[in-house]
Design a binder for this molecule. Structure first.
Ligand code: SF4
Length: 295
C-alpha cells in the first residue's frame, strides 16, 4: 500500500546492513542525506577539491541557500519514522560539506540531531563529516556531552599525506599540522575519527597513486585515526577531474590497484573499508579494468 512518509523519506534516507570496523560485526547503518547550503570551502575557492562534485548536488536542492532548521528537523523525523521495521544502530549524516559549519547546516539542527541520537533507544553512534577547520575542542566535547555515552565518529578528508599531492593536485587546502592536531584533540576528547584517503588524484599515474594511498593509510593510522575509508576516484561532471577525463588525460584506478590495496589491508590488519563507486551526482566513469575482466 502507498505510504507517503516512506516515499518522501526514501528520497534522502536509507538503511543498509554494513560491517562496522570498531565493533567488528554487522550493524544497520542509517544514511541521511541532508540538504545543506554546500561546502563553504568549495564556494571560497571557486571549485574546491579537484574531484568533488557535491556542490552540484547541494545547488540542485538548495541553490546554495541555508534552509531553516525546522526543515532539517522534519526530514530527520520523517526519515526515522520510516525506519520502524529496521532499527538502525548507527546514523551517518551527509550534507555534501561540513556538518559543523553554521553556514551549511543550521546550528539549531546540529544540537537537535545530537539530542535525538542521545535519546534514541536503537542508535549507538553518530557519524558526521567536517573539514578540520570546523572541528574544535568545544564542538567535540559539547557533542559528546549531549550524546551522553553514545559514540561520535568524525569523518575527515585527508586524501593524501603528501603536501604536494594533497594541496596542489587535490587542492585540499589543509596542512598536516592542523590535521594531526585535530585528530589528536578529537581522540583525546573520546571521539572516533574516520579518515578519507583518496586513490588516484589527477596528476598521479597508477603506480604512484597506489604507493601514495598506502603511505597515507599508514600515516593516518599513526596520527590516531580509528578507521580509514579509501575513496577510489570516480568522475563526477562539473569537476576538474572530469575536465581531465574528457581531455583523455585521466582514467579512474584499475580494479587491480584496489585489489593490491585490499591485499595490503588484509596483510596488515588495517581498519580500512573501500568506499563505493557511486554517489550523487552519479559518476560518469568508475574504477575498472578492461571490458573482459571488469565483471
Ligand atoms: S571534498 Fe569536501 S572539502 Fe573538498 S570541496 Fe568537496 S565537500 Fe568541500
Amino acid at each position: 500500500m502507498f505510504n507517503l512518509v516512506d516515499s518522501i523519506a526514501n528520497l534522502y534516507s536509507s538503511a543498509a546492513i554494513k560491517y562496522s570496523i570498531p565493533e567488528q560485526m554487522a550493524v544497520t547503518r542509517w544514511t541521511l542525506m541532508m540538504p545543506g547550503a554546500g561546502c563553504e570551502y568549495w564556494k571560497k575557492t571557486n571549485g574546491g577539491c579537484t574531484m568533488c562534485g557535491f556542490n552540484n548536488l547541494t545547488k540542485k536542492y538548495t541553490r546554495g541557500l541555508l534552509f531553516p532548521s525546522f526543515i532539517f528537523k522534519l526530514l530527520y523525523r520523517l526519515g526515522r519514522k520510516a525506519l520502524t521495521t529496521k532499527a538502525p544502530n548507527e546514523v551517518s549524516v551527509f550534507n555534501g560539506g561540513n556538518f559543523w559549519n553554521e553556514k551549511e547546516i543550521p546550528s539549531g539542527f546540529q544540537s537537535f540531531l545530537l539530542k535525538e541520537v542521545a535519546k534514541d533507544r536503537d542508535l549507538t553512534r553518530l557519524m558526521i563529516e567536517s573539514r578540520c577547520d570546523y572541528v574544535t575542542e568545544a564542538r567535540v566535547s559539547n557533542a559528546l556531552e549531549i550524546l551522553n555515552g553514545k559514540k561520535l565518529k568524525i569523518a575527515i578528508g585527508l586524501e593524501s599525506q603528501d603536501d604536494f599531492v594533497r594541496n596542489q593536485l587535490i587542492r585540499k587546502g589543509m596542512s598536516k599540522r592542523i590535521f594531526e592536531n585535530k585528530v589528536g584533540m578529537a581522540r583525546k576528547c573520546g571521539a572516533e575519527v574516520l579518515v578519507y584517503v583518496f586513490l588516484k588524484p589527477v596528476g598521479l599515474d597508477e603506480g604512484k597513486a597506489l604507493k601514495e594511498a598506502l603511505a597515507t593509510i599508514r600515516y593516518a593510522l599513526l596520527t590516531g585515526a580509528t578507521e580509514i575509508e579509501l575513496s577510489c576516484a570516480f568522475i563526477q561532471e562539473g569537476t576538474r577531474m572530469a575536465n581531465a577525463y574528457h581531455r583523455g588525460e585521466f582514467k579512474p584506478p584499475y580494479l587491480w590497484t584496489i585489489l593490491e590495496i585490499i591485499n595490503e589491508v588484509i596483510k596488515n590488519d588495517w581498519p580500512v573499508s573501500i568506499g563505493g563507486f557511486n554517489d550523487e551526482p552519479p559518476p560518469i566513469a568508475i574504477p575498472s579494468n578492461c571490458s573482459d575482466c571488469s565483471p
